[in-house]
Design a protein around this ligand. Structure first.
Ligand SMILES: [Zn+2]
Length: 306
């Protein structure tokens, strides 16, 4: 079987590891993902959101992704949170490996209709599709979702059957951003269990799953930043969701931003005369690579799965 994204999702599901879907928005963050994947011999998904696509520009994204794949052929380009058929079609036409159509804010029938339309188009070109059911709260791509609603397992089965999505993002208590929990962090693993009982072959996706490392927040705040009550999902919970359940793709965005920005704050504060971007962006890249290598090895267990 060709070692494409479908192959690795199946492998992840069968062997209980997760593919990291890592968001990038500049050269250095992508380089950090590539370096970590090479260092740990991991397959990985390189993700861009619609806003990241606009920020970098389509042709830069495609060229950067191509350069990344030349270094590690087990890297796959993914559109994160596509909100319309048009943006998903554009990503498919540009040669992405997979797209997410996020119709989760729509009523069920409309979500089915939109997702199916994207899947029909994408599948004809061999591109995989991720759908979302239930609402994940927090700020994603400048859209603030205040209320979450958990994925309904029966609806999930109906959704996958009708749309034929290749992976399904579930809402089980995670949220986007760095303030994930008001009280004790917890995930509804019981709902996850119900979903996978009905859909044992579907790779499930966890969004809003950054761990928000305390040390990084401390560095960020010690060097002039101000992040209050930052709290992520614990590594233990993520490991449980991967090892004991069917989470086969985990999105990571906030942790990359935090590693990058906290280190840059530190370098610039400690070196007041520094104005060579390579000196501080390079340090941000190094820190991000460290954090991602650790995650791949010890949390996602995708190391040596290439
Ligand atoms: Zn997300």
């Amino acid at each position: 079987m060709k070692k494409n994204l479908k192959f690795y999702l199946k492998k992840a599901l069968e062997n209980h590891f997760a593919l990291g879907a890592f968001n990038f928005s500049n050269l250095e963050s992508l380089q950090a993902i590539v370096a970590a994947s090479l260092q740990t011999n991991s397959p990985a998904i390189i993700s861009v959101s619609e806003s990241a696509l606009n920020y970098m520009g389509e042709s830069f994204v495609i060229s950067l992704a191509q350069a990344a794949k030349e270094q590690n052929p087990a890297l796959f380009l993914h559109l994160d949170h596509g909100k319309s058929f048009e943006i998903c079609k554009k990503a498919v036409d540009l040669g992405f490996d997979s797209v997410m159509i996020d119709g989760s804010a729509l009523p069920f029938e409309e979500n089915v209709c939109l997702t199916k339309k994207v899947a029909d188009y994408a599948h004809k070109k061999g591109v995989l599709v991720e759908g979302e059911l239930g609402q994940i709260k927090g700020i994603e791509d400048n859209i603030d979702i205040a209320k979450s609603s958990y994925t309904n397992p029966e609806q999930a089965a109906e959704f996958v059957k009708q749309t034929k999505v290749d992976m399904l993002a579930v809402a089980i208590g995670t949220s986007h951003g760095v303030n994930k929990f008001v009280k004790t962090p917890s995930l509804r693993l019981d709902i996850l269990q119900q979903i996978e009982n009905i859909l044992p072959q579907t790779p499930l996706v966890l969004h809003g799953a950054s761990t928000v490392d305390e040390k990084l927040v401390e560095t960020f705040n010690n060097f002039g930043g101000k992040l209050d009550k930052a709290q992520g999902v614990s590594e233990e919970l993520l490991i449980k969701a991967i090892k004991e359940h069917n989470i086969a793709k985990i999105n990571t965005d906030s942790d990359i931003r935090l590693a990058f920005s906290s280190e840059i704050r530190k370098v610039l504060s400690e070196n007041k005369k520094e104005f060579d971007p390579r000196k501080y962006l390079g340090k941000g890249r190094e820190k991000t690579e460290q954090i991602l290598s650790f995650k791949m090895k010890n949390v996602f267990f995708c190391a040596d799965k290439k």
